[in-house]
Design a protein around this ligand. Structure first.
Ligand code: NAD
Length: 260
């Protein structure tokens, strides 16, 4: 049967990239979706793509800023009101923040901004979803970290701090919630070709950004970007029952980059 028949999956950052690809994958496998993003047009686009592949999918769209605690409390409440439960939570929304600056040149406002979305946003999501999952006695949470959350990369002060924080939250809360049948894991993607990476490359070189792309993948053992679909296969596995015993840990998906 389908791994997500009768299951409810909540995804943040579902309007683009990894969130969108994962929504498509779990819907194909039977999940009812609750999709959250700051950008409502992007959410509509994801819904259109889901229905193209899975015409009978149930899709709830919620426009919300994950950095706003009240908005997070509400997206969790709206999801439970609509579906009665949350089986899988892909806690994924994030931004790059400022890049290519020495730490001494990194403004505190820029630091706070990336922390408020990438780290506080993930914390709020866990805070409200884990309460629901504990009452159910079941659930899987996948938080999006990064290679920059498990090793030093350089030139990404705020991002690195936020993503290391996501790994810390994952390890800590996984220990707390395992006893309730809930597993919590993080993924650490390397460079995956999503709109986020395109924006980043166009910042480096607005004209010849494809060359900047070639350069970016040179240090990767596989000399290529990952594809959003490849991350979606991992995320769907981690959200499913099959991965229940994978807990309080972080899984790289980076072509080997983090092992160099
Ligand atoms: P993306 O920019 O394509 O998609 C991110 C989505 O999150 C967008 O739809 C955006 O509107 C939404 N979003 C941004 N801020 C938000 C907020 N405050 N509230 C709600 N929604 C918000 O990016 P992506 O590449 O799919 O990235 C998804 C996650 O993966 C991020 O956490 C990112 O840090 C992480 N990541 C990406 C890569 C990569 O190479 N693409 C690598 C490692 C980690």
């Amino acid at each position: 049967g389908n791994r997500f028949d009768g299951k409810v999956v909540l995804i943040t950052g579902a309007g683009s990239g990894l969130g969108q690809a994962s929504a498509l994958q779990v819907a194909k496998e039977g999940a009812k979706l609750s999709l959250v993003d700051l950008n409502s047009a992007a959410l509509e686009e994801t819904k259109g793509k889901v229905l193209e592949v899975t015409p009978n999918a149930e899709v709830l769209l919620i426009t919300a800023n994950v950095a706003d605690e009240k908005a997070v409390e509400n997206y969790v409440k709206d999801t439970v009101e609509r579906y009665g439960r949350i089986d899988g939570f892909f806690n994924n929304a994030g931004i790059e923040g400022k890049q290519n600056l020495l730490t001494e040149d990194y403004d505190f406002e820029d630091f706070q901004k990336v922390i408020s979305i990438n780290l506080s946003g993930v914390f709020y999501g866990m805070k409200y979803v884990l309460k629901v999952m504990r009452e159910q006695g079941y659930g899987s949470v996948v938080n999006t970290a990064s290679v920059g959350g498990i090793r030093g990369v350089g030139n990404q002060t705020g991002y690195a701090a936020s993503k290391h924080g996501v790994v810390g939250l994952t390890r800590n809360s996984g220990i707390e919630y395992g006893q309730y049948g809930i597993s919590i894991k993080a993924i650490a993607p390397g460079a995956i070709l999503t709109p986020m990476i395109e924006v980043y490359l166009k910042q480096i070189d607005p004209v010849n950004w494809k060359e900047a792309a070639d350069e970016l993948v040179q240090p990767n053992p596989m000399k290529r970007f990952g594809k959003p679909e490849e991350v979606a296969y991992l995320v769907s596995f981690l959200l499913s029952d099959q991965a229940n015993f994978i807990n309080a840990t972080v899984i790289p998906i980076d072509g080997g980059q983090s092992n160099k």
